[in-house]
Design a protein. Sequence first.
Length: 852
Amino acid sequence: MESVRRATPVSEKTYDPHAIEPKWQASWESEGLYHITEDTGRPKKYVLEMFPYPSGDIHMGHVRNYTIGDVIARQSTMRGFEVLHPIGWDAFGLPAENAAIKSDSHPAKWTYANIETQKASFRRMGFSYDWDRALATCDVEYYRWGQWIFLKMWERGLVERKSSAVNWCPSCMTVLANEQVVGDGVCWRCKTPVVKRELEQWYFKITDYAQRLLDDLDTLPGWPERVKTMQANWIGRSEGAEVDFELAGADGEPSGETITVFTTRPDTLFGCTFFLLAPEHSLVKSLVEGTEYAGAVQEVVDLAAKESSVERSMGEREKHGAFTGRYVVNPVNGEKVPIWVADYVLMDYGTGAVMAVPSGDERDFEFARQYGLPIVPVIVPEERRERYDSAVLGHVPQEVDWDEAYSGPGVMVNSGKFDGLPGGKDSEGFRAVTESLAEQGKGRFSVNFRLRDWLISRQRYWGNPIPAIHCPTCGLVPVPEDQLPVVLPMDIDITKGQTLADHPEFYQTTCPRCGGSARRETDTMDTFTCSSWYYLRYCDARNDSASWDPDKAGYWMPVDQYIGGIEHAILHLLYSRFWTKVFFDMGLVPSGEPFTNLLTQGMVKLDGSTMSKSKGNVVAPEDMIERYGADALRAYILFMAPPDKDLEWSYEGLDGMFRFLGRAWRLVTEIAEETAGGCGVAAAGDAAAQKLRREMHRVIGKVTDDVERFQFNTAISAMMELVNAANAYRGEVAQGARDLALMREVAVTLTLLLAPFVPHMAEELWRGVLTEDGSVHRQAWPEFDPSAAAAEEVELAVQVNGKVRGRITVPVELDDEEVIEIALSEVASHVEGREIKKVVVVGGRLVSVVVG
RNA sequence: GGCGGUGUAGCCCAACUGGCAGAGGCAGGGGACUUAAAAUCCUCACAGUCUGGGUUCGAAUCCCAGCACCGCUACCA
């Protein structure tokens, strides 16, 4: 093959991102290229990335998140959709307060300065946002509608103020929702161990929606399975029964008082050999007061209180318990069961009381062994029944020769009239025992959820004020709608750690109901309330008379593609689903689910660990933009790995991406020069041209398909192949003999395919180099023509007993029988004299011959 | 402990969901161009898919049993 290498190019216009990127960013903005409206007649698509917290400079995680969204948005536009692609800032929150304290500034100043910094970075990245819809949740024009929503929730009975043991972060000096206590019992934001405090707080009754939140996960096929699993686990639905145990008085006689427990295994009730109360249970004190048991019980209570304030250790914790000296009566057999206090019983799950069945429950088993309590087998595998059945033994065994509890299915023994029934989760015995209890009024089928109400009040300044007033005569009074917004005052001395509770001008007010003097609520709302509806505000961001116009939400919602980090699998994504269901019930949105499809992107790592300032292993996006330009960074972060997988940063790889962009640039510019004098008419072309044309169409198909499946890494590699194929063609066919029309088509196609990935470079190639009209980002996506991609001949491998013994090249239109004939003659020497048992033809791939 | 993910060339990653293990890139070797270097271009080698079984004409892909690493979760009755 003759190597027809160009000499020094005629034009020395090399790829220079620093010249073209700012130019097009300014141009797009002045043209209003990304400003969108509702009434275009094109189908809508809502592409959304989780909005950032304005923490300062952007990091690689942002780059990845927003680049993925930008490619989807841009390609969707080219494919004919009217695309809503907005951005904003989740701007309330504690870091602003902390930073302000440190720098003797104001949270607002810090926040808005950071927003400007990030905005500039996003512009430099070339993201196609409709800036006219940008918002910050700390803008009063935004948060006033959060207050309005709060009032609507209140009207609907979804707001509650109640006292209970709550999570308190001593570092953030505020309470936290359960979802915000992460990992090993630490604060989601500052990682400080959380302590329990009994406090009166504001809640949203998300538990009212527990069943719907669980059920509707099934309506989300476009969500990753693991996110749905995590949410289902968090909601934690358990089917079981409530069982009422009557408390025996101190004299041992029935007291008439009952304690109800929740159990998922009512079939094991006959094996209940002790009864447990959580240390925090309200009955504990009265049961032991003045008795010889008080001391030991108090020790357990004190230990538990200390435990929860100490960082919990990994793995199993040792169990502690003490007998109270009192008994309950087992409703199925009237037996007296001792009541113990145990620190493995949680006050905030179920009723805080547990029927302990050591033979069937791992924890109870351990506790029984530790304190020498009896273990009565009640569910045993059928084949071992005789060893434990009182009907055989003549007495009820009080001990088992087991190393662990048996919680699997089996047959009921030592259970009175239920003996012989199958036992286990959701078994016949499970139902029979519960029904029997129900008949006597001592129990009932019941469903229990792990999910608890969402604690939304925060004792912090930089948040959305809760629109409520405490009136000494009227009690809790909502701020009337026409008195909204409750404006967050700016004149606060944050360096002294002041909050609204230190601001009399704010909290001194009058009761809207009776006119008397009253105190305004000084807590602010959890920042997750702000992020629970921002995607709706984008639909109608400048509305100053409503949170949003339901018609506009009806047009854009639900979000077609949502993109963000897995860390919000429960937090933000659960809260947003909850609010959307409330809005749906209010008729404000068209669907009960906010996000139809969810893509959770992986982390960006360096040397195997996540980048973080504290580890000092951060690669700053701004530095990379400065060196290689935004386009190379965008393309590279997509090229390294599929979007949902973690990726390992490599500087060398970015070099390679920059080289590729340079090659693509050179290819298009050289073709532009070569075809500057006209292209002539497209000819049938020689073999080389045909090959290039096929390759071009194959790549169109591949890139289209890959973008649809979010396989941006392979989409980019396909574009590399197209560049390689075009260069091979130019190496093969001498200048003057080339098919100019085809080359021009390749250059145009490549530019269009590149456009969503490297928007600045593609725009410069389109308008500047190829001198085409309009913006490349308003062009139609290249049409894939399968027939143009199809080859006339295919090469097939011929296998004999699984080994490749030859190759044949056949016209694609040959039928299987003809292919087999050619294949057999190709491998005749391997088949000769042996019996052909089977021949398999895999179209376009291979022929497999099986011989005896 | 529970749930989930990943394991393919020195490295990052592909493989039409059962069909010849390699598309692309990085790093490496060789070459062209250059007085030289950089840049650029051409070219080459390298693994039999974590291990052990099984199903199949055929397994990276499906099944079973393990191993390793990484997430999330965890006394939820």
